[in-house]
Design a binder for this molecule. Structure first.
Ligand SMILES: NC(=O)c1ccc[n+]([C@@H]2O[C@H](COP(=O)([O-])OP(=O)(O)OC[C@H]3O[C@@H](n4cnc5c(N)ncnc54)[C@H](O)[C@@H]3O)[C@@H](O)[C@H]2O)c1
Length: 211
């Protein structure tokens, strides 16, 4: 049973690249709510392009947000999880952690890193009854994918619709996921419905990586 938490909600704007801001977010959550039951490490960015001309700024951004941001968010929450001896952490990997994608070498490397981080952290936290899992979405209709498709269309001199169709064909279901279809999987890993699952990756990719 999931209680409506609207009256218990706090919102903070935080840059996950900044460890001090992340620590403040975690500490103030504990101060206000007393505990953290579920941590969803969702913040991510995508930058695409051939490695030989990949801008250093884009490379640093991928590392800073996708890898360091994941680490900082877990780092400052883990002591509380260990103390309370319960909870669920869910990170966001990607199909890009499992397979190669054209012009995505650097994004793929960060998401494969998230997968390794998640598996290892699951081992560290298992003795504390804290579960750690990842979700690997396929093509999901959010601003991230829309901007990725728009850039590829620009770079290749083809239309947005043409690139979108290519992405839709990747999953055997032949369409993009809705954000809600990814959220449902995250919710499953957050609740006791998944009480015996840790160190796992849930691929919600419309069959993309089964082919
Ligand atoms: N959309 C897809 O097709 C897809 C596929 C695989 C994985 N993912 C992953 O799912 C997660 C959510 O992506 P999305 O599709 O909703 O993308 P999105 O761009 O719509 O949302 C990403 C969110 O991350 C936040 N963010 C970015 N940099 C940040 C920073 N430095 N500090 C704090 N927040 C920051 C943005 O403000 C935004 O709210 C990401 O980790 C992404 O890599 C998405």
């Amino acid at each position: 049973m999931i209680e409506d938490g609207k009256d218990k909600t706090s919102i903070m704007k935080v840059d996950v690249r900044n460890p001090e801001e992340v620590k403040k977010m975690i500490d103030s959550t504990i101060k206000k709510h007393g505990r953290i039951d579920i941590l969803i490490v969702n913040a991510g960015v995508v930058r695409v392009g051939p490695v030989e001309s990949f801008p250093d700024d884009d490379y640093n951004l991928l590392i800073d947000v996708n890898l360091k941001g994941t680490h900082y968010t877990c780092k400052y929450a883990v002591p509380y999880f260990k103390k309370q001896k319960s909870g669920s952490i869910i990170t966001l990997a990607s199909v890009a952690a499992h397979i190669g994608q054209v012009a995505h070498a650097n994004y793929c490397s960060t998401k494969a890193g998230v997968l390794g981080y998640t598996r290892a952290l699951a081992l560290d936290l298992a003795p504390y009854n804290v579960r750690v899992n990842s979700v690997s979405p396929g093509a999901t209709d959010t601003p991230m994918l829309q901007s990725d498709v728009a850039k590829q269309a620009r770079d290749r001199g083809v239309s947005y619709e043409e690139v979108k169709k290519e992405f839709e064909k990747e999953g055997v279901l032949g369409r993009w996921a809705t954000p809600e279809e990814i959220a449902t999987g995250i919710l499953f890993l957050a609740t006791e419905e998944s009480s015996y699952i840790t160190g796992a990756d849930l691929r919600i990719d419309g069959g993309w990586t089964t082919q």
